[in-house]
Design a protein around this ligand. Structure first.
Ligand code: PPS
Length: 352
């Protein structure tokens, strides 16, 4: 099998094991109706679709380029917002293009090749057109997005903006020496509320249980991408690496322009205040939500429209609207147990 990054690629040490049928059945009973054919990784403890097993070496050894910008997040922590900010910063002269092409098609969500069924991916007209034109000899089963991303001509185009929810531990340890990574983190309470909504929305997960059952599964790492802390901790520990920029969703909301200024500096871009304001407006929640209504993102999996949309509320503190006092106490204990040793202090209110 040809692996990404041949030549310099190392052996892929990621171990991938099928979830025992009784464990899958337990999760289905809790309400995760779409949880069939799952695997768990070591390291990372990541829960994923079985397709990941054959693809793991391609992700691990993916050939990142020095000018790539990788957006890495645990799900629902502000990925799409950051994708739009980064795309805006690197396409200041062509922001209108966002009205023609959804953000999912202006960037590369490489996990898609493990997360979604091939037949669902092949229904996405834009994705397939891009794949056929960039990779005329490509074989879809070897990863449509991975191959399209790899085939994007270097030097002729802007930097690739690559979205991934896979944690650092599932990539080669020298990832940060090879490209820049923007890591976005959100307080786990609001991330959990947002993830609950997402799992009801997307049919890959098809969650039909209670919020309480979801929250307990979230804390146990029995949701796609596994435990929140296994994802956040490795990035947090490397936050001083010159190629890693660690951002909190809440800070983006509270100190938007300051955060964009620091992000621009990290990327080596000289952006004026007017340009930063332009990007902030371009990536604001109302603009992104309205744009999505005109040019919808294709999520490569059918959605349950009755549940609402992807751009839900975009606020900090929604947890307090939905969690009972008992559930909050449970979550708070769990947060303190893990956040304190790391020295992370999360913000839970819109104006802390
Ligand atoms: S995903 O599916 O994991 O890629 O989702 P992700 O993009 O990480 O997170 C989705 C949540 O981010 C909110 N969002 C925003 N908040 C503020 N400003 C902007 N521009 C913005 N864009 C997206 C989105 O509404 C989801 O949060 P919730 O709390 O569900 O509204």
């Amino acid at each position: 099998m040809t692996e990404e990054g041949e030549g310099q690629a190392g052996r892929c040490p990621v171990r991938v094991q099928e979830l025992p049928p009784e464990e899958e059945a337990r999760l289905v009973t809790l309400g995760f109706k779409g949880y069939t054919g799952l695997v768990r990784t070591q390291p990372g403890g990541m829960l994923m679709k079985a397709r990941y097993k054959e693809m793991a070496p391609r992700f691990y050894n993916f050939d990142f380029r020095p000018d790539d910008i990788v957006v890495m997040t645990y799900p629902k922590c502000g990925t799409t917002w950051m994708q739009e900010i980064l795309w805006g910063m690197t396409h200041l002269d062509e922001l209108d293009e966002a009205d023609r092409l959804a953000i999912s098609n202006r960037t590369h969500f490489i996990d898609s090749d493990a997360l979604y069924r091939l037949e669902d991916q092949m229904k996405d007209r834009y994705v397939m057109e891009r794949f056929r034109s960039l990779c005329p000899d490509g074989r879809p089963e070897q990863g449509i997005i991975l191959q399209s991303c790899r085939a994007q001509p270097p030097h002729l185009t802007k930097p690739r903006i690559i979205k991934t929810h896979f944690p650092l531990s599932l990539y080669r340890p020298d990832l940060l020496d090879r490209c820049r990574v923007v890591y976005v983190c959100r307080n786990p309470k609001d991330a959990c509320v947002s993830y609950h909504h997402h799992c009801r929305l997307i049919n890959t997960y098809r969650f039909e249980g209670s919020f309480e059952a979801f929250t307990k599964s979230f804390m146990a790492g029995d949701v796609f991408y596994g435990r929140f802390w296994d994802h956040v901790a490795p990035a947090w520990e490397r936050r001083r690496h010159p190629h890693l920029h660690f951002v909190f969703y809440e800070d983006l909301q509270l100190h938007g322009l300051q955060q964009l200024h620091e992000l621009g500096r990290f990327l080596g871009l000289q952006l004026s205040r007017e340009q930063l304001e332009m990007v902030a407006k371009h990536a604001s929640f109302p603009q992104m939500k309205a744009r999505d209504a005109r040019v919808p993102m294709v999520l490569s999996s059918s959605t349950n429209g009755a549940v609402g949309g992807f751009f839900r509320k975009g606020i900090t503190g929604d947890w307090s609207n939905v969690a009972s006092a008992e559930l909050d106490a449970l979550m708070e204990e769990w947060v303190q147990e893990h956040a304190e040793p790391l020295g992370i202090r999360f913000k839970y209110a819109p104006c802390e």
